[in-house]
Write a protein that binds this ligand. Sequence first.
Ligand code: NAD
Ligand code: UDP
Length: 313
Amino acid sequence: MPRALVTGGAGFLGSHLCDRLLKDGMEVIAMDNLITGSTDNIAHNIDNPNFRFIHYNVVDYLYVDGALDYIFHLASPASPVDFPTKPIQILKVNALGTHKALGLARAKGARFFLASTSEVYGDPLVHPQPEEYLGNVNPVGVRGVYDEAKRFAEAITMAYHRFHQLPVRIVRIFNTYGPRMRLDDGRVVPNFIGQALRGDPITVYGTGLQTRSFCYESDLIEGFVRLMLSEHTGPINIGNPTERTMLEFAEEIKRLTGSSSPIVLEPLHTSDDPKQRKPVITKATELLGWEPKVSLEEGLGLTIAYFKKRLGL
Ligand code: NAD
Ligand code: UDP
C-alpha cells in the first residue's frame, strides 16, 4: 500500500487531498499544527486504520516512522488576512518547513509535491498567466511574505531536484474554493457567502474591477493527483480560467443565495492586490489530460449548502 504524508493535512485543501488519497487506496499521514486548520476537517477519518494525524509544526525537525512514497507539502496559511497577522509563520513554514519536508523526502526516497501559488506571479503584467511568466512581485509589500516565501519554496524544491536528483512536482494553484473553508477565513468566497447568508453588507474591496478565476476543490485535487503520478516536474498551473470581476462575483453570490444584502465598496485590505488573475492551463490540459469539470454555479451551490449548515440555516 503506497504511503503518503500530507503537511497541512487538516486544512481546507489538505483534508480533501487526504480523503482522495485514502479513497485511492493509500495509507495517509496528515501533519498539521492547526494554525489555520481544524481537526473538524479530518474527524471523519480518525477511525480509519489507514489514516493518522500528527499535531506538529513542520518548521521543526521532521521525523516519520517507516517508508514514505509521497510527500505533499501544503502547510502554509493562505489567506491574505494572515499576511499581516502571521507574517513570520508564513515565511518560516514556506522556507524552513519546505527545507525540512524536502530533507524528509530525500531520506525516505519519496516523491515531493509543492503546493505553490498564482501569487508567485504577483500583480501580473501579463494576462492570462502562463507558467513562463516570471511575475511582478513587491518583496517589501504586505503580500511579500507569502509571495516571496512561495518563490523561495519553488527555488529550494528545484535545487533539491537538480542537486540531489529528488523527484519533485510543483503546482501553482489559482484561487480554489469549496466546503471546509473557514467562515472567518477572510478570503473572498467565504466572506461573500457568509455575508450574503447573514444578510450583512457584501464587502467588495477597491474598485471591484479586479478579477479572479475560481476553481472548485475536487477539480484541483484531481489535478494534484494527476501531476504527482505524472512524469512532469512542473511548475504547472491548476485553476479554472472562468474569470470574474469582484463586483460581478458579489452579484453572482447574491443571486445564488437569494440574499438581499447590499453590495458595498471598501478600501483595499492589502496593497499590491493583483488587478487580474487567470491561469493559462494548456500545460495541465496537454501534459496531464486535466481540465476543470465543475462549473462556478455548481461549485458555489455546493459551497453555499456547506456554509448554510455551518451557520445552522
Ligand atoms: P488552509 O489554511 O486551510 O490550510 C493550510 C494548512 O496548513 C492549515 O491546516 C494550517 O494549520 C497548516 N499549517 C500552516 N503552517 C503550518 C506549520 N508550520 N506546520 C504544520 N501545519 C501548518 O489553506 P488552503 O487553502 O488549504 O491552502 C493549502 C495550501 O495550498 C497552502 O500551501 C496554500 O499556500 C496553497 N494555495 C491555496 C490556494 C487556495 O485558493 N486555496 C491558492 C494558492 C495556493
Ligand atoms: N475581496 C473583496 N472582498 C472581500 C474579500 C476579498 O473584494 O470581502 C477581494 C480581494 O481584494 C481580492 C479578491 O477579492 O481582490 C480575492 O481575494 P482573496 O482574499 O480571496 O484572495 P487573493 O486572490 O487576493 O489572494
